[in-house]
Design a protein around this ligand. Structure first.
Ligand code: NAD
Length: 434
């Protein structure tokens, strides 16, 4: 099939590449000229495991192309995906300006029937807004607007896209439904469902999914905090509840709060939708409040340890991305921590396997960028672990101890066994353990 993807970020690039991988002919459109130039030269702009191989293969085989011209892209695709940013606006609602602008541009250049698919995360009612914008310049017989929210997880995005648990498609057009069914058939051969519903329900499904997962995280962080106060051990509680199939084992690890480009903004946007409908969605208030507190838990512990005076205190940070296996640092708890430590004049040395360049763009020479995790530790007063990259899981503890001024570790991801750490002579603080 001929597909166009407008917006080549984490979602658009993964979608476009995976559609090409299943034999489709894909053109990706982006306004970022540098990015498009680099991609045309086979350079991949993001780190996502497994993506580079199929990105290069599909470029070489001519199924994946890039352009800055929406017009050329539109001419190509029978299906046009919008994978555009929907950042939080000033009032917390999703900013739809990127989507509506492209819809308006499309309305002036579409000449034959297109299925316009919204893959961005957008509030209930957005499909109708896009449709209304298109209708201003375009005969309604020339398009259908479909909502097809994306559930991929950064870090395992290629796997998630190629083998989705489910595909959600919101459309009331039988013609568009047929096109979408054909497009996704190769991705659900094992029997996972393509769930068709109306546009509004599809839009709500995405927010419900992300808000539910954020709730699970905040709930577990609350349990962890309470475990600390009651001398219970969250590791055991997690196992105790996770084995109940109604609860499930995943998303029960306590930590430093959720970050990333999705959960924070999507919970906020759903909250705003509730407000707009005069509905008091109390759980979401709590989820957001818990997360705001939790993402500063390590910074506050460090401040507490040094009596609120970090002048001249040297701190190492392991992990900067909002989760492992991605270079994405948007809303990463590590950066919130970093900001507090810097504000208090701590001297910071950091390491992350993939996110260093992105962090450098923001912090420049305010912090030291180490070449590996051990280099961060020279003479430091404490180590803070913010992201659970695999490479941090079984480190050389003797080397760590020999380099640090004080063997003090604040582990925001509970990577190590508490008893073993204490036996090794570390002062070890983790989340939700007695
Ligand atoms: P992103 O910021 O990584 O990428 C957006 C891309 O759109 C950028 O490359 C930007 O240059 C481009 N762009 C902006 N305006 C444009 C225009 N007028 N024409 C062409 N290109 C334009 O965003 P993302 O993380 O891929 O997210 C996109 C959407 O998907 C958001 O709504 C997000 O909530 C949703 N989503 C994201 C994820 C995720 O894990 N990142 C998962 C599911 C859903």
């Amino acid at each position: 099939m001929k597909i166009t993807v407008v917006g080549t970020g984490y979602v658009g690039l993964v979608s476009g590449t995976c559609f090409a991988e299943t034999g489709n002919n894909v053109v990706c459109v982006d306004i970022d000229q540098e990015k498009v130039k680099a991609m045309k030269n086979g350079q991949i702009p993001i780190y996502e495991p497994g993506l580079e191989t199929i990105f290069k293969r599909n470029i070489e085989q001519g199924r994946l192309r890039f352009t800055t011209s929406l017009e050329k892209g539109t001419e190509h695709g029978e299906i046009i995906f919008l994978a555009l940013p929907t950042p939080p606006g000033g009032d917390g609602s999703a900013d739809l300006s990127f989507i509506l602008k492209v819809a308006e541009d499309l309305s002036k250049i579409i000449k034959s029937y297109k299925v316009i698919v919204d893959k961005s995360t957008v509030p209930v009612g957005t499909s109708e807004k896009v449709e209304n914008v298109l209708k201003k310049n375009l005969d309604p017989s020339l398009f259908d607007v479909v909502s097809n929210p994306e559930f991929l997880r950064e870090g395992v995005a290629v796997h998630d896209f190629l083998k989705p648990d489910r595909v959600v498609v919101g459309t009331s057009s039988p013609k568009a439904e047929k096109v979408m069914r054909r497009l996704y058939a190769p991705f659900v051969r094992q029997g996972n469902p393509i769930i068709f519903m109306n546009e509004r329900s599809a839009e709500m499904t995405k927010y419900a999914a992300n808000s539910f997962l954020a709730t699970k995280i905040s709930f577990m962080n609350e349990i962890a905090n309470l475990c600390e106060l009651t001398d219970a051990n969250v590791d055991m509680v997690r196992k105790g509840i996770g084995t109940d199939t109604r609860i499930g084992k995943r998303f029960l690890f306590p930590g430093v709060g959720y970050g990333g480009s999705c959960f924070p903004k999507d919970v906020q946007a759903l909250h705003k939708t509730s407000q707009d409908h005069n509905y008091d969605f109390k759980i979401l208030d709590a989820v957001m409040a818990v997360n705001s507190r939790q993402k500063l838990i390590i910074a506050n512990r460090i401040l507490n340890q040094f009596n609120d005076n970090l002048e001249g205190i040297k701190i190492a940070i392991w992990g900067l991305s909002f989760k492992p296996s991605t270079d994405d640092i948007r809303e990463a708890p590590a950066l919130y921590t970093l900001d507090v430590l810097l504000k208090n004049n701590a001297i910071i040395s950091v390491f992350d396997p993939e996110a260093m360049n992105n962090v450098k763009e923001i912090y420049g020479n305010k912090i030291h960028y180490a070449k590996d995790q051990y280099e961060t530790l020279e003479d430091v007063d404490a180590l803070a672990i913010m992201t659970e990259w695999n490479v941090f899981r079984t480190p050389d503890f003797n080397l760590i101890k020999s380099k640090m001024k004080t063997p003090l570790i604040f582990d925001g991801r509970n990577l190590f066994n508490k008893k073993e750490m204490e036996d090794l002579g570390f002062l070890y603080s983790s989340i939700g353990r007695p």
